[in-house]
Design a protein around this ligand. Structure first.
Ligand code: GA4
Length: 325
């Protein structure tokens, strides 16, 4: 299938297949660790149930997000531009990518984030901040658990090899609320074709944890290049392997290429936590996973990778420049 490189508002692609089954992981079952490893190898993606994140945190943040995105554009723009955090509309990154999306991008550590929002929310800014903090703390805990199960499944020690990078006070993690407004033109003019909400890409970090409302749009690319639609489920989470985890496993795990299609009639809302390491961390294959193999990648720190990623276009193969020939 061809994805054109014109501005995303004009992006149309053919409908995609709905199979094969995407892996479903039940976090309450300790033996899920082997299934998680398999899912990360085959897809770099899985759906998670019995995740332990309180529904109240999810619904509270969702209603704060709806409140924000329902404001007039001129109000929302007071929380922009994204430099590198704040409110963004259509523009993604700073290298010309666009999509049918508006969003809030935040760091998970910096309180200064929220100053931009107090201008709009006034007193209610606190409510928004607490909603984000409660949600992100619960999701982080769940991400630690997944990463520890991964270490167990891979039979490597210590079991916090991955999770400690997110637990570190200096962990460079991010959080994003994406709103994909309905695009009415889609229904009439394009006759079943799709418009890009968020263009195809891989996430640079270690792991991403996504939750959306019940509106479809997310698609992942299989290793053979075919795209599959992921049926939405507001009660579950979806986990993505990021580029850094692919490198740490020397390519054994797959950093999943994914994208979001806009919808003709309904708003899709998603919230994503991106778990990243400290900026100074060396990202390299774990010796315990190498079994005499050579590293597929040149050595780099997360700072170097991030710097290079932020200069790239969304769809670029960002790891390419760090691969050994
Ligand atoms: C993809 C994953 C996260 O959403 C993000 C994105 C970031 C941005 O929106 O500013 C990037 C994108 C993401 C990768 C390449 C660069 C940077 C947009 C872009 C074109 C916050 C991230 O960390 O990398």
């Amino acid at each position: 299938m061809v994805v054109m490189s014109k501005p995303a508002m004009e992006h149309h692609c053919a409908a995609t297949t709905l199979f094969p089954e995407i892996p479903l992981i039940d976090l309450s079952k300790p033996d899920s660790k082997n299934l998680i490893v398999k899912a990360c190898e085959e897809f770099g993606f899985f759906k998670l149930i019995n995740h332990g994140v309180p529904t109240e945190f999810i619904t509270r943040l969702e209603s704060e997000a709806i409140k924000f995105f329902s404001l007039p554009l001129s109000e929302k723009e007071k929380a922009g531009p994204v430099d590198p955090f704040g409110y963004g509309n259509k523009k993604i990154g700073s290298n010309g990518d666009v999509g049918w999306v508006e969003y809030i991008l935040l760091t998970t550590s910096n309180e200064a984030n929220y100053q931009k929002f107090s201008a709009i929310f006034g007193e209610a800014a606190e409510k928004f901040r607490f909603a984000v903090n409660d949600y992100v703390s619960a999701v982080k805990k769940m991400a630690y658990e997944i990463l520890e199960m991964l270490a167990d499944g891979l039979k490597i020690q210590p079991r916090n090899v991955f999770s400690k990078l997110l637990m570190d006070e200096e962990s460079d993690s991010a959080f994003r609320l994406n709103h994909y407004p309905p695009c009415p033109e889609l229904n009439q003019e394009t006759n079943g074709m799709n418009l890009i909400g968020f263009g195809e890409h891989t996430d640079p970090q270690i792991i991403s944890v996504l939750r959306s409302n019940n509106i479809s749009g997310l698609q992942i690319s299989l290793k053979d290049g075919n795209w599959i639609s992921i049926p939405p489920d507001q009660n579950s989470f979806f986990i993505n392997v990021g580029d850094s985890l692919q490198v740490m496993t020397n390519g054994r795990f797959n950093s999943v290429r994914h994208r979001v299609m806009a919808n003709g009639s309904k708003s899709r809302l998603s919230m994503i936590y991106f778990g990243g390491p400290p900026l100074s961390e060396k990202i390299a294959p774990l010796p315990s996973l190498m079994k005499g193999e050579d590293s597929l990648y040149k050595e780099f720190t997360w700072y170097e990778y991030k710097k290079s990623a932020y200069k790239s276009r969304l769809a670029d193969n960002r790891l390419g420049v760090f691969e050994k020939i």
